[in-house]
Design a protein around this ligand. Structure first.
Ligand SMILES: Nc1nc2c(ncn2[C@@H]2O[C@H](COP(=O)(O)OP(=O)(O)OP(=O)(O)O)[C@@H](O)[C@H]2O)c(=O)[nH]1
Length: 526
């Protein structure tokens, strides 16, 4: 996975720093130098790396941090924030509205994956009920129109192009006009790939933009772009008003740092990433979960991701719930969350579900876009999860509620600046009860705090899906998803994946659904 090596090097540097008995200026500098080296080796632009180092040093002023502050966490958080800042310019991109015609123009270097990505983008929206259409304004590359036509036909997306017309501006205007008349709400214009030196092609791109007045220009960038990233992306930015970035080929093994530099140059948010050649190997990009995964920081990524994907994308959220939480527990969990009850107990139950699903590495690998390389310390994560649940086991219900109160208090009133409130005796008691060192208890609470914070900002007031929506969810399950929620014993009984697929086919032909099947086995929510 792209950037995996960088993520690994940074997490190792943080880990080494954490192992030091005292965190002083020397230890911090060593850690930052290590991170700098890793970023430069991954092709991140020098200026960006230098700025990042300066910013972290500004934020983490060791002299000003009173004893009792968790310096390790503060440094880790500063590094995390800086990486997020590189990837997130802080302004959202234009968001098209369903039912209202928007023109989206794709630009990028030759071979960056524009044509493939145009179709992926159209297909992604089509699945969500949009009416997309594709216009091939690439008259430069022989075969470009054929490629787009082939992709579009496969995905049943209307397209427009010409074998004879050589003027891309004319094709773009005609295509956009036609699809506006046909009430398409997402008109995607694919353009020729170009290189910084090709002035005439840049002029042509500018003219296409001028003629079609796109609502959004998406810069498509290959993640293996390397050191050339800065100059190339700047050339595009200067010619057209780039509003968003899609990074392709994230499934490869490129160093990927160039992509970070290019994002910083265009000052536009990354909205999707391409994770393979296939039409559905395409993911919405969220900065925080991505950087968390990169650094292996939140070992509870799936849980965190549930909350991160929260309000904005209901279907994404449901998918995640679906993957992590057993089917019969889903309605109860959603009910609790919608009431604003993100308790330690809920966190506990989520952890237990994760543990039941097998080795953490495998659980993670089920998640879209996740690469096992990102979790080199899978066993450690598993062990940590177990320790956390043991700690929570040693709390009484009352204790869990009290803990909850204290943490919300800290979160909202004091912003975690008064460690005295989190009484030492309470932590010591829990540590003794669970047989874990007090630091482990603090870590667990920190994890909880992160989740609760995201929860409060995103999940409160969540609309619970109606029964009919839940049924639709069950119906939409495929055999692979179903195999994850069925008990292993049962899966064996029906002949493994092959048997399950056959059974689901049969159920489908008689109008049955995954929900009916769960009902048949006595496991579904009815
Ligand atoms: N592995 C992988 N391959 C990809 C991805 N996106 C695109 N590709 C491949 O990259 C190659 C180039 O993709 P195209 O879509 O033709 O690129 P383009 O930017 O339209 O090319 P030009 O029109 O010449 O500029 C093709 O072989 C694609 O299958 C991705 O996310 N992962």
């Amino acid at each position: 996975m792209v950037l995996a090596q960088l993520g690994g090097s940074i997490s190792r540097a943080i880990q080494q720093m954490s192992n030091a008995t005292i965190i002083d200026e020397k230890v911090l500098n060593e850690c930052l130098n290590e991170i700098t080296r890793a970023l430069l080796q991954s092709d991140v632009q020098f200026k960006l790396v230098r700025d990042m180092q300066t910013n972290i040093k500004k934020i983490v002023n060791l002299d000003d941090l009173a004893a009792g502050h968790n310096k390790r966490k503060i440094i880790q958080q500063a590094i995390f924030n800086e990486l997020c800042t590189i990837l997130d310019p802080g302004k959202p991109s234009f968001t098209p509205k369903k039912g209202k015609a928007s023109v989206i123009m794709f630009v990028g270097l030759q071979g960056s994956g524009k044509t493939t990505t145009c179709t992926k983008y159209a297909y992604y929206h089509q699945k969500k009920g949009w009416k997309p259409a594709l216009v091939c304004a690439d008259t430069f590359r022989a075969g470009a129109f054929d490629q787009l036509k082939q992709n579009a036909t496969k995905a049943k997306i209307p397209f427009y192009g010409s074998y004879t017309e050589s003027d891309p501006v004319r094709i773009a205007i005609e295509g956009v006009e036609r699809f506006k008349q046909e009430n398409c709400d997402l008109i995607i214009v694919d353009t020729s790939g170009r290189h910084k030196q090709e002035a005439s092609l840049f002029e042509e791109m500018r003219q296409v933009a001028e003629a079609t007045k796109p609502d959004l220009v998406i810069f498509v960038m290959d993640s293996s772009i390397g050191q050339a990233a800065f100059d190339q992306s700047q050339a595009f930015k200067q010619s057209v008003s780039v509003g968003a970035v899609i990074i392709t080929k994230m499934d490869g093994h490129a160093k990927g740092g160039g992509a970070l530099s290019a994002v910083a140059t265009t000052k536009s948010p990354v909205i999707f990433i391409g994770t393979g050649e296939h039409i559905d190997e395409f993911e919405v990009f969220d900065v925080k979960p991505f950087v968390s995964r990169l650094l292996g920081m939140l070992l509870l990524f799936p849980v965190f991701d549930i909350f991160e994907s929260g309000m904005g994308d209901w279907s994404g959220f449901m998918d995640k719930i679906h993957e992590v939480v057993p089917m019969d527990q889903q309605p109860k969990l959603l009910q609790k969350l919608s009431e604003g009850n993100f308790t330690l107990r809920i966190m506990y139950e989520l952890y237990q579900n994760l543990l039941k699903m097998g080795p953490i590495g495998q659980v993670f690998s089920m998640l879209p876009g996740y690469s096992a390389e990102l979790m080199p310390k899978g066993h450690e994560s598993q062990a940590k999860l177990k320790r956390f649940t043991t700690i929570m086991d040693s709390m009484t219900n009352e204790g869990k509620q009290k803990m909850l109160f204290i943490w919300f208090y800290l979160l909202h009133k004091l912003d975690n600046s008064n460690p005295k409130l989190m009484t030492e005796s309470r932590i010591m008691r829990i540590a003794r009860g669970s047989g874990q060192p007090p630091r482990e208890v603090m870590d667990m609470l920190y994890e909880y705090k992160c989740l609760a914070k995201v929860f409060w900002s995103k999940m409160k007031g969540l609309k619970i899906p109606k029964k009919s929506e839940m049924s639709a969810l069950y119906r939409s399950m495929n055999a692979q998803q179903m195999s994850k929620v069925l008990p292993q014993q049962m899966l064996k009984q029906i002949g493994g994946m092959g048997g399950l697929q056959g059974l689901m086919k049969q159920m489908g032909s008689i109008g049955g659904s995954a929900k009916d099947m769960m009902g048949m086995f006595g496991g579904a929510d009815k």
